[in-house]
Design a protein around this ligand. Structure first.
Ligand code: SAH
Ligand code: SF4
Length: 370
C-alpha cells in the first residue's frame, strides 16, 4: 500500500479499484466521487455517507483527499489574487483568481440579471490554472520559462487548484459565473493525459460546462489533433506571437519542431462547435513583433479561419529582454487587424503589481502576502 495517496483526481473507475481493494461495494466508489467533486469535501471525516470504519481504514492506508495547501496569497490593487498552492511533495504552483465587477463582458449576452450578491463584490470571475511546475517550452518573453520544467501536475493537482480557490472565495457554482482558463504555469499539451482527465472530472463531477473553459497551447501540433477528437473539450487558444517563421523561432524556439505551417494546418482541420471560434494570443514586444508589417502577416496567415485575436502588451519582469509597447502602438496593431476583418481585442493586464499577469508566474514571493 502506498505511503500517501490522494483521492482527488481519480475517476469513477479508479475509485472503484480503491473500493474493491478494501472489499467495499462499488456504490461506495460513487459516494467517494460525489463527495470529492460534487460536494467538494476536503477532509475524509466529511464523507458522512461512508461508514466510519471505511473512512478510518482509508486514512490508515495513507489515503487523503489531497487538496493543495495555500502557502501564500497576494492581492492586487485590481482585485486579482495570486495563490501559491503547495502539493504533498512540497512543490508548488501559482493559481490566479480574477474577479469582475457586475455586468459581465459587454455584449456576451450572459449577464446574470440583477440579483443581489450580498457581500460579494464580484459577479463573475475567472480562475487561471497551472498544468505543470515550470515549463520546458522556453519562450523568450515568459518568466515561467526561466524555471525550466520541474514536473508535471497530476489530474488531481490540476483540479485541486480550482477547488482550493473556489473554497477560499466561497464560490457557489449554482449562482456565480466562473470561467476557467488553463493558462497558468506550464504547457497543458505537454501534460495532455492529466490535463484531459482533470477536464473530464470538472465536467462530469464538479459540474462545469466545457464552454466556460479555455486551454492555451504554444502549438504542440500532435496534441492539437488529439484534442480535436475529444468528445468533451475546452475551447482552444493558441499562442501565436509572430506570423513569420524566423521571428517566431527567435522568440518561441519550439517553432523549429512544429512550424507555423504545420500549426496552421492543424487548426484548419479543427472541428469547431456551433458558434465557437479559435483564439490566437499575441504578446506584443516593443519593436520586435509589433510593427505594421507583422500585423499584416498575421492577417494573411489566419485568413479563412474562424478566429479572434487577443493582443497582450508584454508584461515585463526581471530577466525578460523585451519591453512593453506604448498604448498607441498596440492600438495601431489592433486597427490593422480589424481593418482586415479580424476580430482583435486588447487584453487588459490583471495583477501586474503582484506578478500575477500572463507570463509572470514564477513563484515571486518577495512581496507581502495577505
Ligand atoms: N503555455 C501555454 C499556456 C500558458 S501561457 C501557452 O503558452 O499558450 C499563457 C499566455 O501568456 C500565452 O499566450 C503566452 O504567450 C502569454 N505570455 C507569456 N509571457 C508573457 C508576458 N511576459 N507578457 C504577456 N503575455 C505573456
Ligand atoms: Fe511555457 Fe507558455 Fe511560458 Fe511558453 S508562454 S514558456 S509555453 S508557459
Amino acid at each position: 500500500m502506498p505511503q500517501h495517496s490522494e483521492l482527488l483526481g481519480l475517476c469513477l473507475q479508479q475509485l472503484t479499484d480503491v473500493t474493491d481493494r478494501f472489499g467495499e461495494p462499488p456504490y461506495r466508489a460513487r459516494q467517494l466521487f460525489d463527495g470529492l467533486y460534487r460536494q467538494r469535501w476536503s477532509q475524509l471525516e466529511q464523507f458522512s455517507p461512508l461508514p466510519a470504519d471505511f473512512r478510518r481504514r482509508l486514512h490508515e492506508a495513507g489515503y487523503s483527499v489531497g487538496l493543495p495547501r495555500s502557502e501564500a496569497r497576494f492581492l492586487s490593487e485590481d482585485g486579482t489574487v495570486r495563490y501559491l498552492l503547495a502539493f504533498a511533495d512540497g512543490q508548488s504552483v501559482e493559481t490566479v483568481w480574477m474577479p469582475e465587477g457586475d455586468g459581465g463582458e459587454a455584449g456576451d449576452g450572459s449577464a446574470s440579471g440583477d440579483e443581489e450578491l450580498e457581500s460579494k463584490t464580484w459577479s463573475r470571475a475567472t480562475i487561471c490554472v497551472s498544468s505543470q511546475v515550470g515549463c520546458a517550452v522556453d519562450c523568450k518573453f515568459c518568466m515561467t520559462a526561466l524555471l525550466g520544467l520541474l514536473r508535471n501536475l497530476t489530474a488531481g493537482e490540476i483540479l485541486g487548484q480550482i477547488l482550493a480557490v473556489m473554497q477560499d472565495q466561497q464560490v457557489d457554482l449554482e449562482r456565480d459565473r466562473l470561467n476557467l482558463v488553463f493558462m497558468g504555469q506550464g504547457e497543458p499539451f505537454l501534460n495532455y493525459d492529466n490535463f484531459m482527465q482533470a477536464v473530464r472530472l470538472l465536467v462530469d463531477g464538479v459540474g462545469f460546462t466545457e464552454s466556460r473553459m479555455t486551454v492555451s497551447t504554444s502549438g504542440i501540433v500532435p496534441r492539437i489533433a488529439d484534442f480535436a477528437a475529444e468528445a468533451v473539450r475546452p475551447k482552444l487558444a493558441v499562442s501565436l506571437n509572430a506570423a513569420n517563421e524566423a521571428l517566431r523561432t527567435q522568440i518561441m524556439p519550439i517553432t523549429k519542431k512544429w512550424t507555423i505551417e504545420k500549426l496552421i494546418a492543424s487548426l484548419r482541420n479543427f472541428p469547431l462547435r456551433n458558434r465557437e471560434r479559435l483564439t490566437f494570443e499575441y504578446v506584443l514586444l516593443n519593436g520586435v513583433n509589433d510593427e505594421a508589417v507583422h500585423a499584416r502577416e498575421v492577417a494573411e496567415l489566419i485568413r479563412g479561419l474562424r478566429a479572434k485575436i487577443n493582443l497582450i502588451a508584454l508584461n515585463s519582469g526581471p530577466d525578460i529582454p523585451f519591453s512593453t509597447p506604448a498604448a498607441d502602438r498596440v492600438l495601431a496593431f489592433q486597427r490593422i487587424l480589424r481593418d482586415a476583418g479580424i476580430p482583435a481585442f486588447i487584453r487588459r493586464p490583471r495583477g501586474r503589481d503582484i506578478y500575477a499577469a500572463c507570463g509572470q508566474l514564477k513563484h515571486t514571493t518577495e512581496l507581502v502576502g495577505l
